[in-house]
Design a protein around this ligand. Structure first.
Ligand code: ATP
Length: 215
């Protein structure tokens, strides 16, 4: 049963850092599909300013043409808030207990995990793949919050090809791309150029709908 990746984010907007993370993890783990799941109202960071329909459409356009990437609108269709634990529970119910699932996270998101709703349960529902943006960020034990350090010590560190349904953790360095959606929003608000930070089709959509032009 080929493993499936689950990649959540606000994607406000989606950019090459996100796409590269998904691409490199798909290759490393052998994912047959990566589900991009835009958050509706992420509980730990407040409601994104950009309408969910726009964030969804930007992801849709960014991944068009990649047969391995899919967009999944369930979190934005659900009344707020979007808890990852609920999303994974729903996917488990649909796909069965044997299906290997991999939750894909950037290292910054992983370090914040103990703030997430029922976060320990995530390890029962999926494997977790963490993409570090540099060797130094490869999660030295002394930079980890105590809760997370303890949880990790209980978990199996996965080989990249692990096919267990859930419970393993993979830490992997990815090509460092210092791109953030916050910087892109700030640049666009200043009428600066965000070209080459995100796909042209997404930038075209942003201009077409005059997104990120805050008063
Ligand atoms: P913002 O700047 O609005 O916080 P962001 O660019 O960090 O947004 P999110 O949608 O919050 O994007 O991130 C979704 C996931 O992608 C998170 O797991 C995050 O760690 C990861 N991620 C975001 N940017 C990068 C990047 N440049 N390289 C690797 N991972 C990234």
């Amino acid at each position: 049963m080929p493993p499936i990746g689950v990649f959540g984010g606000t994607f406000d907007p989606v950019h090459f850092g996100h796409l590269r993370l998904a691409e490199e993890m798909a290759a490393a783990i052998g994912l047959s599909r990566v589900l991009f799941i835009p958050a509706g109202a992420p509980p730990h960071r407040g409601v994104p300013r950009t309408a969910a329909a726009h964030r969804l459409e930007m992801v849709r356009r960014a991944i068009a043409g990649n047969p391995c990437f899919e967009v999944d609108a369930r979190e934005i269709q659900r009344p707020a808030p979007s808890y990852t634990v609920d999303t994974l529970t729903a996917l488990r119910a649909e796909l069965g207990n044997e299906q290997p699932l991999w939750l894909l996270l950037g290292a910054d998101a992983f370090l914040g995990l103990p703030g997430w709703h029922k976060w320990r349960r995530l390890f029962d529902l999926a494997n977790i793949a963490v993409a570090a943006r540099s060797g130094a960020q490869l999660l030295q034990p002394d930079t980890l919050p105590d809760d997370l350090k303890h949880e990790l010590s209980q978990r199996r560190q996965a080989a990249a090809s692990a096919v267990c349904p859930a419970g393993a953790v993979l830490l992997r360095q990815m090509t460092p791309l210092g791109i953030s959606a916050t910087d892109i929003r700030d640049t666009l608000a200043r009428h600066g150029s965000a070209r080459y930070l995100l796909p042209d089709v997404v930038l075209d959509y942003i201009h077409e709908h005059q997104l990120y032009r805050y008063p």
